[in-house]
Write a protein that binds this ligand. Structure first.
Ligand SMILES: C[S@@+](CC[C@H](N)C(=O)[O-])C[C@H]1O[C@@H](n2cnc3c(N)ncnc32)[C@H](O)[C@@H]1O
Length: 234
């Protein structure tokens, strides 16, 4: 008998996707928009059996976790996914945002800084780490994912109406700025698609190796703290 695929949509907020288990924090955690969910939970507390999930998807969630939490979550999600199971993550594209920040005027920089650092209207609404194509490639490959594909969405006209991607309209930054009051913007996002391609990964070693990249000088004590935090969840 064919079992129904298990597909998780984490940090769904109001984007309720049929066919997915839509998960977000409890109602009280939201100050502005209330989430429409199947399951109210902190995604850090979720647990699924190894190799039981077909797809894990999140949009603008991963950047809300510290570097050690994010690596731990990516390792857990890898464990839960079936072989060839799909991971699909959308986050701000830090590299492109930084490029635009350097070229922008002060008004642009206020908008881009909000995109980079978060909206700050709730305890969860802070961005704690950067994500970019190169970082995704490195981290996901180390954690046993492969078969990568990336989409760069340079404005939310493209995100709302994908057929307009790369068209004349989607390139009109000035027009998009004028449409700001209607909810349009031209802030750069990236969508990473990856599959589970390696079954067994030594998560502890991989997470340590990646965390070492963020050490400055001889900060071994900091690494110990990060690893202790990550190990508690492994
Ligand atoms: C920036 S919103 C993105 C919402 C939606 N995915 C979208 O793209 O429009 C981030 C969402 O992640 C949720 N979130 C943040 N931290 C979470 C956590 N630890 N567990 C579950 N959901 C979380 C928030 O409640 C919020 O709904």
């Amino acid at each position: 008998m064919n079992q129904k695929p298990i597909k998780l949509h984490l940090g769904c907020q109001e984007k309720y996707l049929p066919g997915y288990i839509n998960i977000d924090l409890p109602h009280e955690a939201h100050t502005v928009r209330k989430a429409k969910v199947d399951v109210e939970a902190d995604v850090r507390d979720l647990s699924y059996p190894a190799e039981s999930v077909d797809e894990i998807r999140s949009h603008h969630l991963l950047e809300h976790f510290s570097r050690q939490e994010a690596l731990l979550l990516l390792a857990r999600w890898h464990k839960w996914l079936k072989m060839d199971g799909l991971l699909r993550l959308e986050t701000p594209d830090f590299e492109e945002s930084a490029r635009k920040f350097l070229k922008g005027n002060l008004d642009d920089q206020f908008q881009l800084a909000r995109h980079i650092f978060g909206s700050h209207e709730a305890d969860w609404a802070y961005h704690k780490d950067f994500w970019s194509e190169n970082k995704y490639r490195l981290v996901l490959r180390e954690l046993g994912y492969g078969d990568f594909r990336f989409e760069k969405i340079s404005n939310n006209v493209e995100s709302k109406f994908p057929v307009l991607k790369d068209t004349f309209i989607s390139k009109q930054e000035r027009l998009l700025k004028k449409l700001g009051p209607l909810g349009f913007n031209n802030l750069p996002n990236i969508v990473a698609y990856a599959k589970k391609v390696v079954k067994d990964v030594d998560y502890h070693t991989v997470i340590r190796r990646i965390l070492e990249k963020s050490l400055v000088g001889r900060e071994t004590k900091i690494l110990d703290v990060w690893m202790k935090e990550a190990e508690r969840g492994m």
